[in-house]
Design a protein around this ligand. Structure first.
Ligand code: ADP
Ligand code: ASP
Ligand code: MG
Length: 411
């Protein structure tokens, strides 16, 4: 049995007209004799609408109930799409996370897939030609509905492709592939034919929401080739795949940005052994993702500790750290919500120097102040004032000649 997995995002299923276009994409592999698993997101805007309802109802919405409610967005789009298919005489049915079942841990709102029952899915595929699976959702061993974090349908699809040994997982979206930067921000952005898993991981974790980061982790771990392409055209998109030598000859592959960031500074922290653990362990316990961390040189036994977190976690972070003020021994807590991260990414950086300095000079030429810097083997990230995000992305894109797609040699 040959299985094809296709995922369609919110804009692709947002109304009847779009769903009809999706149907054409789905019927093609079906007519070629494949079994098709179609993973759908909620109609665009629906997840936000549902989450806003929870905030209206409660100051501190219960996470398990939020999941139970927000997962209905996918239930609606799947049932509607299955109706369209059945009307065409196709043997199809909708399938929710708990019905598959897609088993997850109980971290509501950011659950991780722990198991997919392949046996039951294979039985269903004997009976049906197309299964319309709800993305974004799963179920705990205790039977509670969970969701996988924003953009989680990508992960549902790749996990499904990995579990069923599908050759490729097609991710259909509103842009024709993965670009050198967000094509909706920079008109010079160029579509890439291929991108290495590690580059895509950095792009996704640095804010390129075209793929959810966990979907890329799954793809890399289980060696699933992911084809990101457009629902609204037939052109080939971008293959997210294993690295090869030709990829290394490109110095910088892409630029990502993340505006959903906040900077927290603890002023005059006692500079004792263990103080970092005292600050960051309670945040880690609450699964708050701390990214950039800078500790200033100690003066009179005191230091300032600055770090970044997702903006959505600011209230929880402040509450947690305020409760520990005496224990940690800091004098003041400051937060800055007007920051964004801009990152340049490329596996070619491993073997070249000069990338970071060129990026810093480019930002300096535009008078953009860098608040924090972090680097990895294949990435340089700068935290800047968020009002300069677009300017920074565009000028960096130009400085590294990304619109040309030519390998660039540094000095
Ligand atoms: P879907 O609803 O199909 O899951 P998303 O909105 O989650 O779609 O992701 C697609 C969007 O990702 C694009 O519309 C684009 O604005 C954004 N994006 C950010 N960075 C990139 C990039 N490097 N390449 C392509 N798209 C990107
Ligand atoms: N509907 C969910 C979201 O908006 C999941 C997804 O679209 O991938 O985040
Ligand atoms: Mg998405």
């Amino acid at each position: 049995m040959n299985i094809v997995v296709q995922k369609f995002g919110g804009t692709s299923v947002k109304n009847l007209e779009c769903q009809r276009q999706v149907m054409q994409k789905v019927l093609r592999p079906h007519r070629e004799g494949n079994k098709v698993i179609v993973v759908l997101s909620a109609m665009s805007g629906e997840t936000n609408r549902l989450l806003a309802l929870a905030d209206e109802w409660s100051n501190n919405p219960d996470a398990a109930e939020v999941d139970s409610m927000v997962s209905t967005g996918e239930q609606v789009s799947c049932a509607l799409f299955a109706m369209l298919l059945k009307q065409q005489g196709v043997k199809a049915r909708s399938l929710l996370g708990f019905q598959a079942p897609i088993e997850t841990d109980d971290a509501h709102g950011r659950a991780r897939i722990t198991d997919i029952d392949k046996t039951q899915l294979m039985e269903l595929l004997e009976e049906y030609d197309i299964l319309v699976m709800a993305g974004f959702q799963g179920v705990t061993p205790e039977g509670r509905i969970t969701t996988l974090g924003r953009g989680g349908s990508d992960t549902s699809a790749v996990a499904m492709a990995a579990a069923l040994d599908a050759d490729v997982c097609e991710i259909y979206t509103d842009v024709p592939g993965v670009f050198t930067t967000d094509p909706n921000m920079c008109t010079d952005a160029r579509k890439m034919d291929r991108i290495a898993y590690d580059e895509m991981l950095e792009m996704a974790s640095m804010g390129a929401k075209v793929l959810q980061i966990r979907s890329v982790e799954f793809a890399k771990k289980y060696n699933v080739t992911v084809h990101v392409r457009s629902t609204f055209s037939d052109e080939l998109g971008t293959m997210v795949t294993q690295e090869d030598e030709s990829m290394e000859s490109v110095l910088v592959s892409g630029i990502a940005y993340d505006k959903d960031q906040a900077q927290i500074t603890l002023v005059h922290v006692k500079d004792n052994p263990g103080v970092s653990a005292q600050i960051f362990s309670p945040l880690a316990e609450q699964k708050i993702l701390v990214d950039m961390i800078v500790q200033n040189p100690s003066k009179d036994g005191k230091t300032d500790m600055t770090f970044t977190i997702p903006r959505a976690d600011v209230d929880q972070t402040i509450k947690t750290l305020e409760a520990l003020q005496y224990e940690i021994g800091y004098e003041e807590l400051n937060s800055n919500l007007n920051v964004s991260k801009v990152s340049i990414i490329g596996v070619g950086m491993r073997n070249h120097s000069g990338v970071a300095s060129r990026a810093f000079q480019t930002l300096a030429d535009e008078n953009i102040n860098i608040l924090m810097i972090s680097t990895s083997e294949i990435k340089v990230t700068c935290l800047i004032d968020d009002k300069y995000t677009e300017l920074a992305v565009r000028t960096l894109h130009k400085a590294f000649h990304l619109e040309e797609g030519e390998p660039v040699e540094t000095s």
